[in-house]
Design a protein around this ligand. Structure first.
Ligand code: SF4
Ligand code: SF4
Length: 456
C-alpha cells in the first residue's frame, strides 16, 4: 500500500522541478544490518581483487578474454565453438537472477552489486572522512571556492581517481589476465600503448560513475534496476514500511508508531521515502531499517517498523510462500542447469572438421590405387599440448598427411592441413563411397568423421 498522495511517482527523487539533478547528501547509516553489509562488502572486494591471482591447475579462475575470443570459468576454457554451453549458462544465470528477484526482491543491488558496494562502502566513506557529515558537505558545496574547499575537493577527487585506477586494473585483469596486466604495469610504457589507453579510459569511466553519476546508475542506467517493476510482485520480499503499524504518522496519542522523524529518508542513498511504498529507486540497501530500528529503540517501541517483508505479509500477514511463478522459474532453472552439466560433461577436448578439398577430383595412381585429397581443421580446446593422430578406420587403405602423423597441437591452437586417402582401385566399388576417419587425441578417440571418397 502507498500513501494517498502519489505525486512522488511523477518524478525521480533525484530530479528537481526543472529537471535538474538533486544531489543526495545521505546520512551515515549505523546498525546491525549495516555492519553485516560492510562485512559482506569487504569480503566481496577482497575476492574481486584476489580472484585474478587464483589459479586452478595453472589456469585462471575467471577470464573473459573478449579480444582473443575465449573464456575461462573455474579453470576450464571455453572457445567460440563452445558458445552453445555459454549461452545455456548465461540463460541459467538470468533465470537464477529472475528467481532470486521474484523471491527476495532487489537484495543483490544493495548487498552484492559492485556499484553499490564501492559507492557506499568505499567512496561515500572517503567523503565522510574528508568533507564531514551531510550537513557539512552541503555547506562546503554551497560556499565559494576558498582554501578549505580547494584542498578538501582536490584531495577527495585525487583519492577517487586513484581508487578508480585500481578498479580499472582489476577489471582489466578479468579480460586480459593478470600476467598481461603485470607486463603493462612493469614494462616500458611504449610497449603497451593500447593497454595503457584501456586502463586510462576505464579509470576515467569508473571515476565519472563514482564521483558524479552515483545513484543515477541504479535509477536510470542499470537494466536490472529497470526490470524491477515487472519482476517484483506482492509476494516478493522487499524493504517495506509497515504502514498498518506506522500510520497515522505523528507524535500524538492517536498516532501510529511512525513519529515522522524522517531518519529513514535522510539515510537513503537514492533519496527516497520508503514509507511511500515499493519504488524503483530502492536498492534494498536496508540502511533505513537500521535507522528506524534505532528510533524505535529510543522511543521504546518494537523494532521492525521498516523490515524485510512482502507487501502481502504487511497487508494480510502472509509469510513467504512458493507461488506458481517461483515454482515455474525453479523448474526452468533446474532444466537449464542440468543441460549445462550434460553439455559440459560431453564436451570434447578437440574440435575437428574434415572435408574433401573443394575443387579437387580423384587421382589415378600408377600402382592401381586411387587417391582423394581432404582438408582438416583441428582446434585444441585444452590448456595442454595434445598428440593428434588421424586414422582411416572402415576401409583398407592409407591415410597420408602432408606432414607428420601423429603431430603435436599446442594448447589453445588450431591447425589446418591436408591429407590423401589412398585406396586400392578394386576395393572401390562405388562412385561415391563413405569412408570414416578417426581423430585421436593422446591415443583416445575424440571424434569420428564420415566423408565421401569419389572415384571413376
Ligand atoms: S525512521 Fe521510522 S519513525 Fe522515523 S520517519 Fe522513518 S519510519 Fe517513521
Ligand atoms: S528505501 Fe531504504 S532500502 Fe531502499 S534504498 Fe533507501 S535506504 Fe536503502
Amino acid at each position: 500500500m502507498e500513501t494517498k498522495d502519489k505525486s512522488f511517482r511523477d518524478k525521480i527523487s533525484t530530479t528537481g522541478d526543472k529537471g535538474e539533478r538533486v544531489w543526495v547528501y545521505a546520512d551515515k547509516p549505523k546498525g546491525k544490518l549495516t555492519n553485516y553489509r560492510f562485512l559482506t562488502a569487504i569480503i566481496l572486494i577482497v575476492l574481486l581483487f584476489v580472484a585474478p591471482f587464483v589459479k586452478i591447475n595453472g589456469n585462471p579462475l575467471i577470464l573473459l578474454n573478449f579480444p582473443e575470443r575465449y573464456f575461462v570459468f573455474f579453470g576450464t576454457y571455453f572457445w567460440p565453438q563452445d558458445i552453445y554451453i555459454l549461452f545455456v549458462l548465461v540463460l541459467s544465470f538470468l533465470v537464477f537472477v529472475l528467481l532470486f528477484t521474484v523471491t527476495f526482491g532487489r537484495i543483490w543491488c544493495g548487498w552484492a552489486c559492485p556499484q553499490t558496494i564501492f559507492m557506499e562502502i568505499v567512496f561515500r566513506q572517503i567523503e565522510y572522512l574528508i568533507e564531514g557529515n551531510p550537513h557539512k558537505q552541503k555547506l562546503l558545496d554551497s560556499k565559494p571556492l576558498d582554501f578549505e574547499k580547494f584542498w578538501k575537493k582536490s584531495l577527495k577527487h585525487l583519492i577517487y581517481f586513484a581508487i578508480s585506477f585500481l578498479i580499472a586494473n582489476a577489471f582489466l585483469s578479468y579480460i586480459i589476465g593478470i600476467e598481461s596486466l603485470s607486463k603493462i604495469v612493469t614494462e616500458p610504457p611504449q610497449n603497451h600503448i593500447k593497454g595503457l589507453i584501456a586502463i586510462t579510459i576505464f579509470s576515467g569511466i569508473f571515476y565519472f560513475v563514482f564521483a558524479k553519476l552515483r545513484e543515477q546508475v541504479c535509477c536510470f542506467f542499470c537494466p536490472y534496476g529497470r526490470l524491477q517493476g515487472v519482476l517484483i510482485d506482492p509476494d516478493s520480499i522487499i524493504v517495506a514500511y509497515d504502514y498498518k503499524r506506522g500510520e497515522p504518522r505523528g507524535n500524538n496519542v492517536n498516532s501510529g508508531d511512525c513519529i515522522d522523524c524522517k531518519q529513514c529518508v535522510k539515510v537513503c542513498p537514492t533519496g527516497i521515502d520508503v514509507r511511500n511504498g515499493s519504488q524503483l529507486e530502492c536498492v534494498n540497501c536496508t540502511a533505513c531499517i537500521d535507522s528506524c530500528n534505532a528510533v524505535m529503540s529510543r522511543i521504546g517501541k518494537p523494532k521492525g517498523l521498516i523490515r524485510m517483508a512482502s507487501e502481502n505479509e504487511i497487508q494480510f500477514g502472509k509469510k513467504l510462500r512458493f507461488t506458481p511463478k517461483i515454482i515455474a522459474y525453479m523448474s526452468v532453472f533446474v532444466v537449464l542447469i542440468s543441460t549445462v552439466f550434460f553439455l559440459f560433461n560431453n564436451r570434447k577436448s578437440i574440435e575437428a572438421t574434415i572435408y574433401r578439398t573443394p575443387g579437387t577430383v580423384y587421382q589415378v595412381n600408377g600402382d592401381s590405387t586411387l587417391s582423394n585429397l581432404f582438408s582438416f581443421k583441428i582446434l585444441n580446446k585444452k590448456r595442454e599440448n595434445l598428440n593428434i593422430e588421424l586414422k582411416l578406420i572402415n576401409t583398407d587403405g592409407k591415410l597420408q598427411i602432408m606432414g607428420e602423423n601423429p603431430f603435436v597441437l599446442h594448447e589453445g591452437q588450431a591447425m589446418e592441413g591436408r591429407f590423401f586417402v589412398i585406396l586400392q582401385k578394386e576395393k572401390v566399388s562405388k562412385q561415391n563411397s563413405k569412408i570414416k576417419i578417426e581423430v585421436l587425441s593422446n591415443g583416445i578417440v575424440e571424434s569420428e568423421k564420415e566423408v565421401n571418397f569419389i572415384s571413376e
